[in-house]
Design a protein around this ligand. Structure first.
Ligand code: TRP
Length: 330
């Protein structure tokens, strides 16, 4: 069975875009592949969170992914820093990563531009740590967005380089996992573009009904259609795109008809959309709260995840040490 792996940023709170995008596919995939999902809490130190924020964020994203349907019994759900083998393999891989190639990475160059007074070495070697995450479980497939494609390319490069240097065929070269038509793209409600945390237009699964309603009622619209079946402007098309996934077919058809006959009132459209998003997210939000307040359950899940992840990682580290030439003297 092929192995699939994905890293979750510790500040990666789930919004509708993630929920209908990657996460729904993760939930399906857990049964067809050997899946590893982990919170990338070592990577997050490149931006210096406070200890309280770090701990709270990790707990929150774990609760959100479980509430969204990741089953910690089926998949391996773990915290990166719970697996010391990751740090060890990272050190070894760093020896075969060149400063020049790391400096040329797009994500690094972007950080140099956006935070010139905090260009730490962790940022430079971020792709090495990410490669470690992936190859330590010999993952074959990694679901990545556009922004992470180059990092995955670097992973293949490091894996291939290790195999070449030591004349082994040890690490598989991981491929991007393409969801193809299964990947529903959720737009933002601010007129153009996709929904995203960095875009600042996210409707989060953990948002209260109040907040969701406020966010939806602020959605950008236009002056309204003036002739039947007028082509929709992007902001209106975006509202309908979200409605298509969260509302019933009848409701969607009703508003489409209202639009096509120029009778639509955007306020009613938004009210309906808000109501349907709240209906969809309420049980998930309640489940998130339930999980994150159950310290004992979280503790059990994290421990189980760490044990499963370490079993896999320590096997790899053992092999790698042997390949490199660290052989036991005692
Ligand atoms: N870099 C990824 C992000 O910013 C998170 C991540 C860390 C990751 N390690 C990974 C993703 C390994 C996939 C595989 O979203």
């Amino acid at each position: 069975m092929e192995t699939v792996l994905s890293g979750i940023r510790s500040t990666g709170n789930l919004h509708l875009g993630n929920y209908f995008g990657a996460v729904r596919n993760f939930v399906k995939m857990q049964h067809d592949y050997k899946c590893f999902f982990f919170v990338a809490d070592l990577h997050s130190l490149t931006t210096y969170p406070t200890p309280e924020d770090l701990h709270g964020n990790i707990k929150q994203v774990l609760a959100e992914y479980i509430a969204a349907g990741i089953d910690p019994e089926t998949a391996t759900l773990y915290i990166q820093s719970d697996v010391p083998e990751v740090s060890q393999l990272y050190l070894l891989l760093n020896m075969n990563a060149y400063v020049g190639e790391l400096e040329r990475t797009t994500t690094f160059k972007e950080k140099v531009r956006s935070q010139p007074d905090n260009v730490n070495a962790g940022l430079l070697t971020y792709p090495v740590l990410m490669a470690t995450d992936i190859i330590i479980h010999k993952a074959n497939k990694v679901p990545v967005g556009k922004d992470q494609e180059q990092n995955l390319e670097m992973t293949r490069k490091f894996a291939r380089r290790f195999n070449t240097i030591y004349k082994v065929d040890y690490f598989p070269l991981p491929e991007p996992f393409n969801f193809g038509r299964d990947l529903i793209k959720i737009p933002g409600l601010d007129g153009t573009g996709k929904m995203g945390k960095t875009e600042g237009n996210g409707i989060f699964l953990a948002d209260s009904p109040d907040i969701i309603t406020k966010k939806v009622m602020r959605a950008v619209t236009d002056a309204g259609p003036t002739k039947p079946k007028q082509k929709m402007s992007e902001p209106i098309r975006n509202i309908f795109t979200i409605m298509e996934v969260v509302s019933s077919q009848d409701i969607f058809n009703y508003f489409l008809e209202q639009y096509n006959t120029c009778k639509i009132r955007y306020n009613d459209l938004k009210k309906q959309l808000a109501e349907d998003i709240v209906r969809l997210t309420t049980p998930i939000r309640e489940r998130i709260l339930e999980i994150s307040s159950d310290e004992e359950y979280i503790g059990r899940v994290v421990k189980m995840g760490a044990e499963k992840a370490r079993a896999s990682a320590s096997q790899t580290l053992h092999d790698v040490r042997e390949i490199i030439g660290y052989r036991p003297f005692y």
